[in-house]
Design a protein around this ligand. Sequence first.
Ligand code: GUN
Ligand code: FE
Length: 473
Amino acid sequence: FIHPVSLDNLEIIENGLMGVDAHGRIAFVERGVIGDLKIREVLSKWKVVVNGEEKVRFLTMGQFLLPGFIDTHTHAAQYPNAGTGRDLPLLEWLKKYTFPLESSFSLLSYAQKIYPIVVDQLLLSGTTTAVYFATIHLESSKYLAQVAYERGQRAFVGKVSMDCNAPNCLIEVVEESIKETESFVQYVLGLDPNENNDYDGEYERRGTRLVTPVLTPRFAVSCTSKMLEALGKLAKKYDDIPIQSHLSENQEEVAFVKELFPHIENYTKVYDDHELLNDRSIMAHGIYLSESERALIKERNAGISHCPNSNFTILSGVCNVRQLLDDGIKVGLGTDISGGSAKSILNAVRNAGVASRVISMSSSNNDNEMRQQPLSLPELLYLATMGGARLLNLENVIGNFQVGKEFDALLVDTVTPVDPAPFKVFEGIDDSDVLRMFEKFMFLGDERNLRAVYVKGRMVSGVEFIRNNKSST
Ligand code: GUN
Ligand code: FE
C-alpha cells in the first residue's frame, strides 16, 4: 500500500493487510503480515469471516493500492470540447467555444447523452472524488448529481450561477437563479437520505455523503454584486455546503474584475466582501494572487484548486504552488476540463510537475541553492489525494489509508497484460522495487493500469470491473 502521510512523506506498507468494514470504512491496517499462519492469525483477530464469498483479496507482484484520486475542479458540461479550442485565452475562449457548448445543456436530453460518459470516464481514470461545475440549467445539473450517485462516485456538484457578461441564453435573473439553486441543493441533499445512520460526528456525516451540492458563482466576471450577495446569503443559510468559483486565472480577467468592482481592493476581496470566501471555498487557479490576497485566503482557510493543464492550454500562466503551500494555503489538483485537455489526475500530476519545474528553472539564473525546489513525487501524490481531501474538508474521511477513513482506493497493476504494449514501460524493473514501480506509474502509467477503482469500499470501475460488468452494459 502506498499513501501520503504528510506533504513530503509517503509511506510504503509492504506485506500489509487492510480490513474494510461493511460501511466501507478502513477497520484495520496491519503491517508485516508474512506467511499463511500470520495471515490467518490477523484475519481471526479481526473476526474476518470468509464463508464462500471472496472477501479476502491478495495482491500479486507488481500490484499496489493507492488512495483514490481527487479532482477538485472540472466542468462536466465541457467534456465534449476537451482537447480542442486551444488557440484562445480565457475570455475569448469562453465566448467562442465554451458558452455555446454549455447552452446545449438547456436540453435535459443532451445532459443525458454526455454526463454518464463523463462520470464513467473520470472513474475509469481513477477519480474517486470529482468536484463538478455543471451549467446554469437546473434539470441537467440535477441529472449530473444523480448519475454520479448511481455510478457510485463521490461527487461535489454545482449548478452554475451567472447573470452578466455572457450570451443571453446563459444569463439568469438573480431571484429565479437563487430559487433554482436552492431547489438544486435540496434535491442533491435528498439523493442520499440515509447518509448518516451509522455516524455521529459532524465531519463523518459529511464524509459519508456520496454526493454534495456546491454553491457555484461562475466567477466575478459573470456575476453581479447582487448575485454574489444573494449567494453569500445562501452560503450562510446552508453553512455546511461548499462554495466553488474561479479566482485570478488570467491577467485580462483580473483587470476586468478590477473594472467591474472598482472600489474593491482586489479579486480575492470581491468574494470575501460578498461572504463567499471561507473554509468551504474551493477557488480554481489562483495564479496572480498578491501577497495580501494570499494572506486573506490563508486567514479565511479557503483553498486553491491547481489546474496546470488548463493553465498551459488556455495560456493563463504558471501557478507557483510551492509559494501557496509555503503560505499554508490548502491546495488540491484539478483537471479543469475543457480549459484543461485531459480528464485524468495522473495528467494533472505530470503537468503540476512540469509547472513547478518551469518555476524552479526561472527562479534563479545561476545559483542552484537559490532555486525553488520543484514538486517532488511524494508532494505530487499528496496533492492528488490528501491535498484534495483537505481542500474539501474531508481530511478525516478520505485521502490516505488511515484507519477510520473510508476506503476510496485504486488497485494499480503494473504487470498483468491487459493490453501488452503499454506495459512494456514497466519491464526492466524488479517487481519488488515498489518505489520505482510507483514512480513509473505516476509518470508513464495510465488507466489500463487501474485494475479496480473503489469508492467507500465498493468496486465501481477499473479494468476488472468493466470486464465483469460487460454483459450488463
Ligand atoms: N472562468 C470562468 N469560467 C471558466 C471556465 O469555464 N473555465 C475556466 N478555465 N475558467 C473559467
Ligand atoms: Fe474552470
